[in-house]
Design a protein around this ligand. Sequence first.
Ligand code: AMP
Length: 184
Amino acid sequence: MTRVVLVGPPGAGKGTQATALSRELGVPHISTGDLFRAHIANSTELGQDVKRYLDEGKLVPDEVTNEMVRTRLEEADARGGFLLDGFPRNVGQAEVLGKLLSTAETKLDAVVEFKIDEDVVVERLLARGRDDDNESVIRHRQEVYRTETAPLLDYYADLLITVDAVGGVDDITARVLAALRDRS
Ligand code: AMP
């Protein structure tokens, strides 16, 4: 169970869980949001191109995102597995990921859905206070999740593991690990 995608609305705690799960499973945590933010912080050309999308809570165009992920997955540490956090974010990206993996003669093992009420996540995000965490941008990101990302739950129906994302951080990590173990 080493090639895993994490899906859930912004604020569901995917990033926190991915850090803990990465340690437990011994595979890298690959967050497209973190990769974009690092590019922005370093003022790379890619960073300058994508900044406005992050600021507005819009998806970065697929070509840019897919290419960044392709490059990252080719790095040595990702050969044996990975936890993808924030990618894929729409069905088109999921199709590209499927092709990348089949070219490498491998496939996903599981897709973990973090299930949580929208009202709860909006409260959490307002408390987090990241640059893109003001209320109108948060609402837009939730809308993008509902319309663009949630269809992945059907797309990945055969691989889907749904976990209740309300509770203590350690409890949720334990739930995910138990669910992954049950599947393997
Ligand atoms: P996150 O850190 O996952 O909340 O992502 C922050 C922002 O990065 C999103 O609101 C998007 O602007 C951008 N982003 C992250 N992942 C993707 C993706 N897979 N496709 C397009 N844009 C993304």
